[in-house]
Design a binder for this molecule. Structure first.
Ligand code: I3S
Length: 128
């Protein structure tokens, strides 16, 4: 993902730019703050970095660090209902730690790919 082009859908590693906001943190509702994030799936972790990555190196630049990381193990994904957001193509991701995120892209092919990948990742790591 960082630099080497890979054949399609090695589901343990995937990256791209997505719009992301937390809606709940540790079980408490938080204010939405939609941010365009460079998003990397690595094993069962999903990492987000602010800003658009260039795609040439790790997180699009040697200095940029992941803003936050979520553990997908024991989590769930579903398509967000209309009352969660007025945006199109919104995934609702819930983690076992009580964090809820909305993940969105205007590109429906891209977001469908992410949806499948996240589902696959969650089921692959279900018994850890
Ligand atoms: O669920 P909400 O409260 O309608 O979410 C909107 C707000 O977060 C809004 O910002 P303010 O906190 O300044 O009201 C955002 O700009 C909107 O994008 C949020 O709604 P969408 O439907 O875009 O997720």
């Amino acid at each position: 993902c960082p630099s080497s082009p890979k054949p399609p859908a090695s589901p343990s590693e995937k990256c791209g730019v997505l719009n992301v906001t937390k809606i709940t943190e540790h079980g408490k509702k938080v204010r939405k703050n939609w941010t365009s994030s460079w998003t990397v799936l690595q094993g069962s972790s999903l990492l987000f970095a602010k800003g658009q990555g260039g795609g040439t190196s790790w997180f699009g630049g040697s200095q940029s660090k992941p803003e936050f990381t979520v553990d997908l193990r024991g989590g769930s994904v579903e398509w967000a209902s209309k009352d969660k957001s007025s945006k199109k193509h919104v995934i609702e991701l819930k983690t076992r730690q009580g964090t809820e995120l909305l993940i969105q892209s205007e590109n429906d092919g891209l977001i469908n790919d992410w949806f499948r990948t996240l589902q696959d990742t969650i089921s692959t790591h279900a018994w850890e």
